[in-house]
Design a protein around this ligand. Structure first.
Ligand code: UYC
Length: 229
């Protein structure tokens, strides 16, 4: 007969997202034995390809008052659960820190700056992107940025999430905007006050891509080979 903890441990890896979220919640109310299950889950997870379940467990354990838990996190995941791979030597650790803190507005600003850094000096001065620069982004870096958003948002945010919604709508931008709450009726959502900067936002709401200069940059982001190769 399986103990309750064994059942919860199994539920953590093997069921649908909603159940996984509830299981993390339940385990976090069970004291040190529940925390041990959460730590074991992180310890045996795939470090190269973290999922949002790992990110959610990490965020939950971070709130623990147990010294053993904090020691485990500091030893195993001092910067977080996402490996910060870059083909252009860009440091994504400040972005990881903001997203861990759920500072989504600041994280959104920094995401644009990091993509400008990725594009090169002229984009850093310009502070916005040409679609032709986005096309040249290395897959590695775009995946790192995307994974950071995905993993610390319970799977809600990220370019790959926006891409899935966009594909499901037949690549129709006019259908995408209301779906991710970037437009309501005829009115664009106002930056930054009307955007939703927490996990109550609809799926795909963040990160933002300014539409002032048209959809080409967003088209390049969502069509990038990073998502298909
Ligand atoms: N803004 O409305 N946006 C800005 C969005 C538009 C405008 C930044 C997104 C519509 C101006 C971000 C939407 C529009 C600036 C976003 C949105 C508009 C600005 C900061 C829904 C007018 C000042 C980063 C689609 C009708 C800066 C950046 C400037 C800033 C995002 C106006 C992230 C997703 C069409 C005037 N808007 N933006 O890019 O460039 O500057 O003058 O999309």
């Amino acid at each position: 007969e399986l103990t309750d903890l064994e059942q919860l441990s199994t539920a953590l890896s093997s069921s649908n997202g909603k159940t996984q979220l509830k299981t993390i919640e339940t385990l976090s109310t069970l004291g040190s034995s529940g925390e041990q299950v959460l730590m074991d889950f992180l310890a045996k997870g795939d470090r190269h390809h973290p999922t949002w379940v790992q990110g959610t467990v990490f965020l939950k354990l971070r709130t623990s008052e147990s010294a053993a838990v904090q020691e485990f996190l500091n030893r195993e995941f001092p910067q977080g659960v996402v490996p910060l791979k870059s083909d252009r030597d860009i440091d994504y650790s400040p972005l990881q820190a903001l997203l861990i803190e759920q500072k989504f507005l600041e994280g959104d600003r920094l995401t644009l700056l990091k993509m400008c850094e990725l594009a090169g000096e002229s984009a850093m001065t310009r502070k916005w992107l040409y679609f032709s620069e986005v096309n040249q982004f290395p897959r590695t870096d775009l995946r790192t940025i995307n994974t950071l958003w995905l993993v610390y948002s319970e799977g809600k945010f990220g370019f790959s999430v926006q891409r899935e919604i966009w594909l499901s709508l037949g690549k129709n931008w006019d259908k995408l905007w209301p779906k991710i709450q970037w437009r309501t009726g005829k009115a664009w959502t106002r930056y930054p006050s009307e955007f939703i900067w927490d996990l109550t936002a609809p799926k795909g709401h963040l990160p933002l891509t300014n539409q002032l200069r048209g959809v080409r940059v967003m088209n390049s982001l969502l069509s990038h080979p990073a998502w298909t190769d």
